[in-house]
Design a protein around this ligand. Structure first.
Ligand code: B12
Ligand code: SF4
Ligand code: SF4
Length: 317
């Protein structure tokens, strides 16, 4: 996530202002794409013997590419429909400029989404659309067009605090304010090496990302599902077997997660997360696997396996 820290020549954070990223941009077109599929929520299926990969990472396609492809189609349409010498008044000369981003630039996508009327930023910090819920990927198209903005969507969280109450690691320091260092999504996807011991028990069976603060959100109760083939889940990724993940070898990791967001945590991270989930399961069937993994050549895996073995043995005694 280093790009979020990038600064301009004057030392100012680029993400704090659009002018620092693209001085020619006059409007931001925000796109929200539903990735929800017809499978139960993590809070509805409770087998601690199986892991949980976040809903957004079940498909075989990297969402950055899938969403960018769609944004580029919109860009092409814009360019085709607006005659460069035509009757639209462009702010920068007479040629239309556009640039698409999906997570890939120093832009706070949810903030633009909020002001574009796509939805409101919930107390769980996710962008929620009244009709679609929050199972949405966001993408933005910067454009030199002067467009009339939509009205921001009203905040519909009201007095609800379900997400704040449900977060297992108490990652919310206030409504709408997240301490990312405590978030399971950060710990399982972005954090390399050792996971702080005090946070491991609260990670439950999460091996990649976390959906809890969205699963409990009333606006996701009737969230529509998508038929888009690129977002349909791959076999074995919904409630994956923990032994399979913990003992996975590089070749299988590459083949299984080719093009998938799961690659981001790398094999070592995924195996580490599976080992922690084994400890949290309380299930003695994992003892032999954990014993084997205490000698694993990957020191991150072996170190977490020793902790997990100790925890599981104590749970059984
Ligand atoms: C870093 C990051 C993370 C981090 C930190 C998350 C966080 N809440 O900040 C981690 C790894 C934890 C994470 C987790 C997840 N993420 Co994430 N993440 C991002 C990323 C790359 C940047 C977000 C960021 O800068 N956060 C830093 C903080 C400081 O920003 P912030 O929370 O938005 O809060 C500030 C602003 O709102 C600002 N603000 C408020 N109003 C205004 C107004 C103005 C004018 C300005 C300038 C600022 C401003 O003030 C706040 C405090 O500083 C974005 C993509 C992007 N480029 O935007 C995806 C993104 C937010 N993530 C996404 C997703 C899907 C997830 C997960 C659901 C994945 C999962 N299942 O595990 C979880 C959800 C966890 C949660 N409750 O948020 C989606 C969200 C879709 C949605 N419906 O909201 C995004 C938009 C990616 C995408 N392109 O679709 N993520
Ligand atoms: S994603 Fe999980 S750990 Fe992160 S804030 Fe939401 S409930 Fe908490
Ligand atoms: S669970 Fe409640 S408070 Fe949290 S985002 Fe959803 S509506 Fe808002």
């Amino acid at each position: 996530m280093k790009y979020m820290e990038s600064r301009d020549d004057a030392g100012e954070l680029k993400r704090a202002s659009l002018a620092r990223v693209a001085s020619w941009a006059r409007s931001v077109i925000v796109c929200a794409i539903n990735y929800n599929t017809a499978h139960p929520y993590s809070t509805q299926t409770g087998d601690a013997g199986q892991g949980w990969i976040s809903r957004y990472a079940w498909s075989g396609e990297d969402y950055h590419e899938a969403v960018l492809l769609r944004l580029r189609k919109v860009e092409t349409n814009l360019h085709e429909q607006l005659d460069p010498t035509g009757n639209r008044q462009l702010a920068t000369g007479n040629s239309l400029q556009t640039r698409s981003y999906v997570d890939t630039g120093p832009l706070l996508e949810r903030v633009y989404a909020k002001y574009a009327g796509t939805g409101w930023i919930g107390k769980n910090t996710c962008l929620i659309n009244q009709q679609l819920g929050s199972w949405l990927f966001l993408g933005v198209i910067l454009t030199s067009l002067e467009l009339t903005p939509d009205l921001p969507a009203p905040d519909r969280c009201g007095r609800c605090t379900r997400c704040l109450d449900a977060c297992p690691t108490q990652a919310f320091v206030a409504p709408g304010e997240l301490d990312a260092r405590r978030c399971i999504s950060y710990l399982t996807i972005e954090k390399r090496g050792e996971i702080p011991e005090e946070l491991r028990p609260a990670m439950g069976r999460h091996v990649f990302g976390c959906d809890i603060c969205q699963d409990v959100c009333p606006w996701n109760r009737k969230a529509p599902v998508t038929a888009a083939p690129e977002f349909q889940p791959r076999d074995r990724l919904v409630n994956p077997a923990l032994e399979w993940l913990a003992e996975m070898q590089p070749e299988e990791f590459r083949a299984t997660f080719r093009g998938s967001p799961v690659r981001r945590t790398k094999l070592s991270g995924l195996r580490r997360n599976a080992v922690i989930a084994m400890a949290n399961s309380g299930n003695p069937k994992f003892l032999p696997t954990l014993r084997r993994l205490t000698d694993d050549p990957d020191s991150v895996v072996s170190q977490h396996a020793r902790w997990a073995l100790d925890r599981l043995e104590r749970a059984g005694s």
